[in-house]
Design a protein around this ligand. Structure first.
Ligand SMILES: [Zn+2]
Length: 286
């Protein structure tokens, strides 16, 4: 799954290459990619045609394009393998091209949704009064959002009575943190993933947030340098940031802080990577 920095890179690409353009026509090449839009492909195409795309928006891992002069937005679901590509109109179709959006201008490029496994797709939604697509109303602000409130987060964290990694992945508490960046931030904060949130003091949760932000900002800086072309791309977990990871994927490799072999444990159908020395397991509750 792409995480916040990857999605932000895509958002910036859409802002540069798609925002402000008027849609000329829409081709849905695979019905599965449009299944979240319940009225179907024809309705989707009809409601987009002639509309101008507004500023590309993101909350957490969710990405949307508001349609100007309407109260609707196109929501992009990247799923496991979804890509939004801006391609020259005369470029060959990708093997897994699912949706094509052409524009009514002479720029010569089009927006393509390509998805090998078609877990992702596009859908059209009404906006809530705050401008957010209605289906995102339960998604909390993400830690890079200027309006994210650290004090509220800390209070909610303590009240949730869960463990710290579960809390970081809870999109109703804090959005945009996935498995990779949770492990990275916990390693930096020297916190074990099963640490109960009720034991986190306010300075500890503020420190954890700082590490979450630093990890994401560093990833964005790397992604931003490779993203200076027409090609808007997001491709799951692999990609820009592998080389700079300190915890995720480093089983049996030495901790970059203390040299102890890093460990991997199964965790909620995924894995948690941690240093057994820097990130001590919480004492079992008697
Ligand atoms: Zn260590």
């Amino acid at each position: 799954m792409p995480e916040l920095p990857e999605v932000e890179v895509v958002r910036r690409g859409l802002q540069s290459w798609v925002s402000g353009r008027t849609i000329a026509d829409v081709q849905v090449l695979h019905p599965r990619a449009i299944r979240r839009h319940l009225p179907g492909a024809q309705d989707f195409a009809a409601r987009l045609t002639g509309r101008t795309v507004g500023d590309a928006c993101r909350r957490g891992k969710y990405l949307w394009l508001p349609l100007a002069d309407t109260d609707t937005s196109i929501l992009g679901h990247l799923g496991m393998s979804g890509q939004l590509l801006v391609q020259p109109q005369d470029a060959d179709d990708e093997k897994h091209l699912r949706i094509r959006i052409r524009f009514a201008d002479p720029l010569g490029t089009e927006l393509r949704f390509v998805d090998q496994r078609t877990f992702g797709g596009l859908s059209l939604h009404e906006n809530a009064p705050d401008g957010l697509p209605d289906v995102l109303s339960h998604i909390a602000r993400d830690p890079l959002d200027p309006l994210f409130d650290d004090a509220t987060f800390h209070t909610a964290l303590r009240a949730r009575r869960t463990t710290v990694k579960r809390a970081l992945l809870d999109q109703s508490l804090i959005s945009g943190v996935g498995n990779i960046y949770a492990d990275e931030a916990l390693w930096r904060a020297r916190l074990h993933y099963e640490r109960p949130t009720t034991t986190l003091t306010r300075p500890r949760s503020v420190e954890l947030l700082r590490h979450v932000r630093e990890v994401m900002t560093a990833a964005l800086a790397v992604g931003g340098t490779t993203f200076d072309s027409l090609y808007v791309n997001v491709n799951g977990e692999s990609g820009y940031f592998d080389r700079s990871l300190d915890a995720y994927g480093r089983e049996d490799e030495p901790c970059r802080r203390c040299g102890t072999a890093m460990r991997r444990r199964p965790w909620m159908n995924r894995s948690s990577y941690f240093c057994p020395r820097c990130q001590r397991a919480p004492r079992p509750v008697a």
